[in-house]
Unconditional design. Structure first.
Length: 234
């Protein structure tokens, strides 16, 4: 009788290693046990805005953390005072990583090797997973450049059963509508939940939101068709 082993996954160069980032934007591949990537960074207060809690209750305040995202996420998940407030309790995480479009911009270089980009995403998603509560979800903003690879990594981290949807975000004014072949005017939000039982916290229906839908076929389930589609503007 034949047996099966292994699982479907995306592999890439140096997948078993971690990335050590330098201030000049370069990276070095190191083992996960290297103290420079394994250490947990402390979070030091630099400034406050408005009314804040006492120092002993600082984890209850809204936080704006400046620094490498991986270090920040690790600190929130591991440092006892922050872990007590955030680990397994976050309801929503939104990530807006570099799209890796293989272009260079004024403030940063968006042309990483795919293996570098994938390792960066995996390590950060693993920390996000530890912060999400049972009712939590993660929303990752991307475009066509890495979307297909991102889905594979998120399947591996969160499990394919926790994939919720890929939301198309149509941009009203896109500077990239002069493509050499086909123009695109949308980005994507790839959504995964912490648990398969996750349900979205929907906004209540209003007369204004109902007004954009019609029922041209007298469907017994009610209005379903956006007026813009009926008018041929899409």
């Amino acid at each position: 009788m034949s047996s099966y082993h292994g699982r479907l996954e995306l592999t890439w160069t140096n997948k078993d290693l971690r990335l050590l980032a330098y201030e000049d934007g370069s990276y070095e591949w190191v083992p996960p046990s290297d103290y420079r990537v394994a250490e947990v960074r402390l979070l030091h207060d630099v400034a406050t805005v408005g009314v804040v809690a006492d120092q002993k209750d600082r984890t209850c305040d809204n936080l704006l953390i400046r620094g490498d995202a991986l270090n920040a996420l690790t600190s929130l998940a591991v440092l006892p005072e922050f872990a007590a407030e955030y680990a397994d309790k976050v309801r929503l995480a939104y990530l807006d990583p570099p799209f890796n479009t293989q272009q260079s911009f004024l403030h940063y270089d968006d042309a990483l090797e795919h293996s570098v980009w994938l390792t960066m995403m995996r390590d950060r998603l693993l920390q996000v997973k530890g912060l999400l509560g049972p009712e939590g979800s993660v929303w990752v903003h991307c475009d066509d450049a890495e979307q297909h690879r991102l889905r594979c990594v998120m399947d591996e981290v969160f499990g394919p059963e926790n994939f919720v949807a890929t939301i198309i975000w149509e941009k009203a004014d896109s500077p990239r509508n002069s493509a050499r072949q086909l123009s695109t005017d949308q980005d994507y939000l790839v959504v995964y939940s912490k648990s398969p039982e996750w349900v979205p916290n929907r906004l209540p229906r209003t007369e204004a939101s109902d007004a954009i839908y019609t029922n041209p076929d007298d469907d017994p389930l009610g209005p379903f068709c956006q007026q813009a589609i009926l008018e041929g503007s899409v």
